[in-house]
Write a protein that binds this ligand. Sequence first.
Ligand code: NAP
Length: 172
Amino acid sequence: MKFTLYAAQTVNGNIAGSGDRPISNKALWKSYYSIAKRFKAIVVGSRTYDIMLEHGTFGKIGRPFVVVCSRHRTAKSSGNVSFVRSVDEAADMLRRRGFGSALIGGGGGLNASFMRAGLVDELILDIDSSAFGEGTNLFSGTAFNARLSLIGVKKFSDEAVQLRYSVDSVRA
Ligand SMILES: NC(=O)c1ccc[n+]([C@@H]2O[C@H](COP(=O)([O-])OP(=O)(O)OC[C@H]3O[C@@H](n4cnc5c(N)ncnc54)[C@H](OP(=O)(O)O)[C@@H]3O)[C@@H](O)[C@H]2O)c1
């Protein structure tokens, strides 16, 4: 099973500003919709799930099967939304259901948990030409040390570049 982590970020690695302020770049939103539509399953942290629900984002990315990671929520899984307690449980469930690949869709807390567990195969990072002094980092709250290989670079415009990495090794 292949896991691809996608994020749109500022040059200093923030995926959101303070108060969940999103990165405002139409080209990056278009890139996100187009990449996310390639996946039939997406894994998100509980905070990102709430924000995506509020903004109707799942409809814009083709209504994938959604796995929500939460240690605390007691919400019942139903339809195409499943709640799990850990990233390992998320991976097991997707394998059992026959998915060959899935998108890891953030946010920073979930991304870090997936990296530390050694489950991420590829990263696609769309980098906006902006910086936030505060906010949520691409990886938050969980320690790990990873080595990556740069496998692709695409310039959108003077305002954005896309970097693709494969993950060589992760030490927890
Ligand atoms: N720019 C982008 O590409 C992008 C993409 C996605 C999100 N975002 C932004 O990122 C921000 C949200 O990021 P965030 O780091 O605050 O929150 P998050 O990662 O979306 O959610 C954090 C929550 O996920 C659950 N979780 C995380 N790791 C877990 C694990 N190992 N096992 C079980 N549950 C786990 C926990 O839920 P419980 O507390 O319920 O237990 C945790 O509190 C928002 O501003 C969002 O808009 C940006």
